[in-house]
Design a protein around this ligand. Structure first.
Ligand code: NAI
Ligand code: NA
Length: 395
């Protein structure tokens, strides 16, 4: 059985490989320094990427009980289901083995019904409060509580921007273009990927009285080096992230009442379902990976989130570690001048012929495959999966 890729989107997954991926992340945090952090954690966007790694870090690195909210497909008539579906199940199994609470909500994070269900659960079965909320949603669509549906657009402000990027389906380097967004598209993208929904979570949790004294909340963001600004920071997504940063400051002020804090966390660029989708961005990631691996600075989601919890958000001594704009920086290695100079040298050399060796294309693919449970060392991919068996075992 093989991974099917269409465009830059994976169309299937392999449960056994996903189980190994979860175990690998658990093993990492269990052998890298205990986190003296939160006991009761709610993760929105918990089933993959940064959200999943956050959940693993606090549970297996610090013994926290967790609630995870995510939007995923179970195995059934429409196929074997999504990677995140299995991640949720394998996470929960391991957490239960450790005696930890691990509750999964497969529900729309943008809906008030979901918020009310989660609040009820916190009150009835989770000890009455949470001390950390992680907001890690990546979505192209948001249906607001008033029923309006917004979609986000990957696009630039100002002139169209073109450059080399990858087509993962054909494994070729192709020229890609980001078109300028209209004012309406820009505003809609901010609606979907900005801070409004994060704010609403905190407002409703707060009004329900389920935020513990000293409560903290984080949401994930990206800034990147100057070479990526036209396609990210200065584009529609960047505008949404700017809104998210402002929301962090609003929430921080609002949470003073309970000695609470809110932070935007600027993460490193890495391979996830969401980042594969951004034109030209994966090429930058392969150049960055090449350099960071050479310099032994390479990190994936789990290293980043473990470092976030251990060194920045819950340092054993002293205060939360931020920059002078009150943002937590996990992109410090990525943005090191020697790293970016080396990336720029590679960028000048990279062509449609040599991109597989100049950049770490093999490393990119390996991580992309692993996200979906493929290319894992100890899985037998020769046999086909039995859908009826999967439904019986996992739905
Ligand atoms: P991901 O695609 O791996 O995870 C997204 C999560 O959101 C999944 O758990 C998915 O189920 C959930 N989700 C999507 N729509 C939902 C909905 N309507 N209701 C409930 N759950 C929903 O993405 P990734 O990369 O982990 O992104 C998380 C955050 O990290 C995003 O804010 C992203 O901008 C940010 N980030 C990502 C970087 C990267 O290079 N991958 C770099 C810096 C920040
Ligand atoms: Na996530």
């Amino acid at each position: 059985m093989e991974l099917i890729i269409q465009g830059n989107v994976a169309k299937n997954c392999h449960p056994e490989g996903l189980r190994q991926g979860i175990d690998k992340q658990i093993k990492y945090v269990e052998s890298h320094g205990e986190i003296y952090g939160p006991r009761k954690v709610l993760v929105i966007g918990a089933s993959s990427g940064y959200g999943l790694a956050s959940r693993i870090a606090v549970a297996f690195g610090g013994g926290a009980d967790t609630i995870g909210v995510s939007f995923e497909k179970s195995p059934g008539e429409k196929g074997i289901g999504s990677a995140g579906w299995y991640n949720n199940i394998f996470f929960r199994r391991r957490a239960h083995e450790k005696g930890l609470i691990a509750k999964n909500f497969i529900a729309d994070a943008f809906s008030d019904t979901t918020r009310n269900d989660v609040i009820e659960y916190i009150k009835q079965e989770f000890g009455g409060s949470i001390d950390l909320l992680v907001y890690s949603v990546a979505s192209g669509v948001r249906v607001c509580p008033d029923g309006t549906r917004y979609t986000s657009t990957l696009g630039v402000r100002g002139q169209a921007f073109s450059g080399p990027g990858f087509d993962l389906e054909t494994r070729q380097m192709v020229n890609q273009t980001l078109e300028p967004v209209t004012d309406q598209q820009l505003a809609d993208t901010v609606k979907v990927m900005g801070g409004e929904d994060w704010q609403r979570w905190v407002d409703m949790l707060s009004a329900a009285g389920v935020l513990a004294e000293g409560f903290k909340t984080v949401a994930y963001s990206y800034t990147g080096p100057k070479s990526t600004w036209p396609l990210y920071k200065e584009g529609a997504l960047g505008a949404a992230k700017a809104h998210l940063h402002a929301t962090a400051d609003d929430l921080d002020a609002q949470l003073q009442r309970i000695n609470g804090h809110a932070y935007a966390v600027i993460c490193k660029a890495l391979v996830t379902k969401a980042s594969a989708f951004i034109p030209m961005f994966p090429l930058y990631i392969t150049l960055l990976y090449k350099v960071m691996k050479q310099k032994r600075l390479h990190e994936t989601c789990i290293e980043q989130m473990h470092r976030l919890m251990l060194n920045h958000l819950y340092p054993p001594m002293g205060n939360v570690v931020t920059d002078d704009e009150r943002r937590i920086r996990l992109d410090d290695f990525e943005l090191r001048p020697d790293v970016q100079q080396a990336v720029e040298r590679l960028r000048k050399r990279v062509t449609t012929e040599n991109f597989k060796t100049v950049g770490d294309f093999a490393g990119y693919l390996a991580e992309f495959y692993a996200l979906n449970g493929f290319s894992m060392p100890d899985v037998d991919y020769s046999s086909e999966l039995d859908l009826r068996q999967l439904v019986k075992e996992y739905s």
